[in-house]
Ligand binder design. Structure first.
Ligand code: C2O
Ligand code: CU
Ligand code: CU
Length: 544
């Protein structure tokens, strides 16, 4: 069965040439842009191969990585980043860049407060750097975009790019980035690097992904993303659906070229030198195939019982508005129990649930009332045609269900108040000019690794006011935050809990509050539309 798309003429896609150009040309205000309510920021690539019908292939589960050692209270893992190919669309081989040969990469399962060291080895043809998204991680292991792990055969630097005024002190302590920018603080290694994660943080679904300067978007697109789950005893004791009834769902859109490879509009398809995408895709790259855990529109055989769905939007630019619909047209409740940074205080029930790139929602859906053989489709109300489908559940069997959804989920959420804030800062997230071309700017400036944009003191509480032109999912490294307001009004239902990524909608001003806690050092905040991120929409945060 196919879900018919909306009339394409009614699709409201906000591209550079569309409403953005309109805003620039006519001075259309941000609030007018908001009133137009474009559902998407980005442009869709069309696959050049026939697409399979939905809900045929089984939902894969990423393998759980086994530690190579567990001595001294630390779990040690090894991951090789390498090229591999996978059959994503039936009958086609798709070359990928992977962690350990699979997309998604293997899942790491951790306990709160038990440190993990991951030795990453780069066997890919380009430099890489790993970031644990949502991790409370010391700066040296946070995957700063210039802290590159070079492949075995890669020049240490391109001498013609080295600015004469900044001689390198140490041969491994500098790296040249785009357009002669220079980062004297970069720590570059060759072939391998150990990342250490204390994981002294609330239990949550984290994810690890590539964060290479200028090339994050295409690297994630090619497959460099995996899940990392942190658990603790308090969460285990809640009685939430578990084991085979807890499903991590990494949702990501992709497009496929005629040869079966992933299509991506990179200016330099080798991803070696020239960053950026073709002009039509400057607002973001969308695919026409929806993958869940690496499979196109999969189906999962489910018990007639409660399930815990741990949803990550790992798409570069695509937003989703999820709903779960039975074949007889009933919408099931999506009971949200957790956000990016772990459990909510109490469950929040949604019928429709937006999810922006890099956000995570922890959801309970209850299939217990459904007939055996019936089907529930997870749909994306912002999609059209094929991108309206996400995945399906086929209710395969009756089952006993001892799970529950406690009315109190957690009692340790931070309760910072405005009056706690040492300062209030304003940041605009807008389109602009960068190096003579199009860029995406924070506070009017494109990212420069050598510039400190924000300096704060460890332990300070701050309120940040974030203003957007188009959709910008804004992500803060290190510190979880709470959403205080949206354009002067109370936060939305799905803003509850502790977040690390907040979806700014066109024209919106969102206030967040956080405490810069954990570690000193250089961190980032940025838009997690991965194309925006690569085109300047990042800034440095120095915690002193
Ligand atoms: Cu998920 Cu700085 O990134
Ligand atoms: Cu992050
Ligand atoms: Cu953005």
């Amino acid at each position: 069965m196919r879900v018919e798309g909306r009339d394409p003429s009614r699709r409201r896609i906000l591209g550079i040439g569309g409403a953005l150009g309109l805003m620039a040309a006519t001075g259309l205000s941000a609030s007018a842009a908001l009133a137009r309510r474009p559902s998407v920021t980005g442009a869709e690539l069309r696959s050049a191969v026939p697409l399979p019908p939905p809900f045929q292939v089984p939902l894969p589960m990423p393998a759980v990585l086994q530690p190579v050692r567990t001595s001294g209270g630390t779990d040690r893992y090894e991951i090789t980043q390498r090229e591999a190919s996978a059959e994503i669309l039936p009958g086609l081989k798709t070359p990928l860049w992977t962690y350990e040969g699979t997309f998604p990469g293997p899942t790491i399962e951790s306990r709160r407060g038990r440190p993990v060291t991951v030795t990453h080895r780069n066997d890919l043809p380009v430099p890489t750097v790993v970031h644990l998204h949502g991790g409370r991680t010391p700066a040296a292991s946070d995957g700063y975009p210039t802290d590159l792990v070079l492949p075995e055969h890669w020049p240490e630097q391109q001498p013609e790019q080295q600015p004469a005024e900044r001689p390198m002190e140490r041969p491994d302590a500098a790296v040249h980035v785009r357009h002669g920018m220079h980062d004297p603080r970069a720590v570059v290694t060759r072939r391998t690097r150990d990342y250490t994660f204390p994981l002294d943080q609330r239990p949550a679904l984290l994810w690890y992904h590539d964060h290479r300067m200028d090339f994050t978007a295409p690297a994630i697109w090619r497959g460099l993303a995996g899940l990392h789950i942190v658990r603790d005893a308090a969460e285990d004791d809640l009685g939430l659906p578990a084991g085979p009834r807890e499903l991590p769902l990494m949702i990501a859109d992709r497009a496929f070229a005629a040869d079966g490879g992933l299509a991506y509009p990179a200016l330099d398809p080798t991803l070696r030198e020239r960053p950026g995408v073709h002009e039509a895709y400057l607002a973001g790259v969308l695919g026409d195939v929806i993958l869940v855990n690496g499979a196109p529109w999969p189906v999962h055989e489910a018990d007639a019982a409660r399930y815990r769905l741990r949803v990550l939007n790992a798409s570069n630019a695509r937003h989703y508005e999820l709903e779960a619909v039975t074949d007889d047209g009933r919408r099931l409740d999506l009971v949200q129990i957790g956000a990016d940074q772990g459990l909510l205080a109490a469950p929040v029930t949604h019928r429709l649930l937006p999810i922006a790139p890099a956000e995570r929602h922890d959801l309970i859906v209850d299939f217990s009332g459904l007939a055996i053989g019936s089907r529930v489709r997870l749909l994306n109300r912002l999609g059209s045609g094929r991108t309206r489908d996400v995945m399906a559940f086929r209710i395969a069997r009756r089952a006993t269900d001892g799970s529950r959804i406690p009315r109190t989920l957690s009692t340790d959420l931070p309760t910072w108040r405005r009056t706690d804030a040492a300062r209030v800062r304003d940041f605009s997230f807008r389109t602009g000019r960068m190096r003579g071309g199009h860029g995406w700017l924070i506070g009017g400036r494109p990212f420069d690794p050598a510039r400190t944009d924000v300096t704060t003191r460890l332990g300070d509480v701050e309120v940040w006011r974030l203003v957007a032109d188009v959709h910008h999912p804004v992500h803060l490294h290190l510190a979880g935050f709470r959403v205080l307001s949206r354009s002067g009004r109370p936060p939305l239902a799905h803003d509850a809990g502790l977040k690390d990524t907040v979806s700014l909608r066109p024209g919106e001003a969102v206030e967040i509050i956080t405490r810069f806690d954990g570690y000193r050092g250089r961190y980032l905040f940025h838009c997690h539309n991965a194309e925006h991120e690569d085109m300047g929409m990042m800034a440095n945060l120095e915690i002193t």
